[in-house]
Design a protein around this ligand. Sequence first.
Ligand code: IPM
Ligand code: MN
Length: 349
Amino acid sequence: MKSFNLAVIAGDGIGPEVVAQGLKVLDVVAAKYQVNFVKKNYELGAAFWHKTKAALPDDVMNDLAKADVILLGAVGDPSVPSGTLERGLLLKLRFGFDHFVNLRPARLFAGVKSAVTNSNNIDFLVVREGTEGLYVGAGQVKDEGSKSELATEESINTYKGVERVIRYAFNKAKVRPRQKLTLVHKNNVLVRAGGLWTRVFNEVAKEFPEVKTDYLHVDAAAMFFVTNPDRFDVVVTDNLFGDILTDIAAAICGGIGLAASANINPTGKFPSMFEPVHGSAPDIAGKNLADPTATILSIAMMLDHLGLVDAARDVETAVAQDLLNRKDSKRGTDEIGAAISNAISKAVA
Ligand code: IPM
Ligand code: MN
């Protein structure tokens, strides 16, 4: 029997609730496909920070590095200064484990009503760069609190960092039916970073003659995500543009409760990490109101990453069926998890 070490960081707010449902689905699918997941829980997040004043100690990080994959619920709480857990925990994981691909599918499932677009044919993939750009934390503050305060945030882009994520995106586009890749940047204003991204994109494109390419400025892309999302197949973009665009992508696909993501280290040197795009939503935490679907779809991405392709499709099919039947039913977090788990155990492998 195949066995994988799964590190679980349930985190804050609705994190533990959605993770519990995700693991319920994983248990069912693991039994069905004869795979074993050895789970280890990590008590990271707001409570741990209050207790220790550390977001992610190095010994915990070293222990996490031994896992095959990581499942993360959500981190962040109003009682912790903004940025502490975001930078100290979530981004420390993404950077420390060199998750240079942040994969975020945008798919409008049948039966789901998009709040903001009339399109019913949305199925694209955003490849967001994960380890560079404005997220590196470069910059400075001078004369803080004074009228002469100066604050800078510097976007770092390296040839190596840009090339590897663009190459990954081309490889993704190559095996999809439409074989199309759109570069999104702002190379008319951010001429240095935009110049590098555009040059590398055109260079790598030569190796993929079968992939159709185009380019959009990020502002136009934001508009087309809403007005004409059918035109996208694979999108590759920098860290912050990708962050913003994927919230729009979530909105056009039925909301943040359905948006899955994967932070991938394609080299396999460190564990990849799977997490719903949504945050900890403290306002609805503990009320059985959160939708676990984003976590369950992130688990499907995890199964794909581990090469358990049939299991991944099984989870996706069960989610698709659940969304088709959902209509306006008001079900709790646990009922949605149970419905999807039951559908998987009933369906023939
Ligand atoms: C996301 C989140 C994170 C990001 C935050 C919480 C650091 O918004 O995963 O999209 O900006 O990447
Ligand atoms: Mn975000």
